[in-house]
Design a protein around this ligand. Sequence first.
Ligand code: OFO
Length: 158
Amino acid sequence: MNKALDKLNEQLSFEYESAYIYKQMEIFADGYDLPGFAHWLGKQSMEEVEHAEKMKSFLLDVGYDVKLLEMSTPKNDYKDIHEVIQTAYEHEKEVTRRIHEIANLAKEEDKRVYSFIQWYIDEQVEEEANFSHLLAMLERAKGNWGGMYIIDGQLASR
Ligand code: OFO
C-alpha cells in the first residue's frame, strides 16, 4: 500500500472536479452577459483537465491502478460574478492545501511522487494569484458596471 499514490489518485479526480466547477462558473458568466469572464473561466476549466491528465500519465507510468472517484454537483446559484471569483479563489486555496498534504506525505513515502508534485506546488502560487488579482480588481470596481466591463474586456484576451 502506497498512501502517496492513493492521495495523488484522489487529487486526480479533484482536478477534474475543479474543471467541472469552473465549467459551471463559465456557464454562469455567459448567462450573466460577461463573455470575457466566461472565456477566462472556460480556459481555467481546460487547464484543470491538463493538471488531471498529467497526474493520470504519471500514475500510469508508475504502474498504479488509476480509478476515477465520484464528483459533487457544482454550485450554480451564484448571486453575482464577485461571488463566483471569491468561490474560485477559496477553491484554489483548498487545492493548494491538498497539494501540500500530498507533498508532505510523499517526502518520506515516495520520492517519485515528491519530485512530481513540485510542479503543482509552483503552479498553485500562480493559480491563487490569478484569482486574488481578479478579486482585487472586482472589489475596486465595487459592482460598477463600467468597471466590470473593462475587466471583462481584459479577460477576453486570455
Ligand atoms: Fe489544478 O489548480 Fe486550479 O484547481
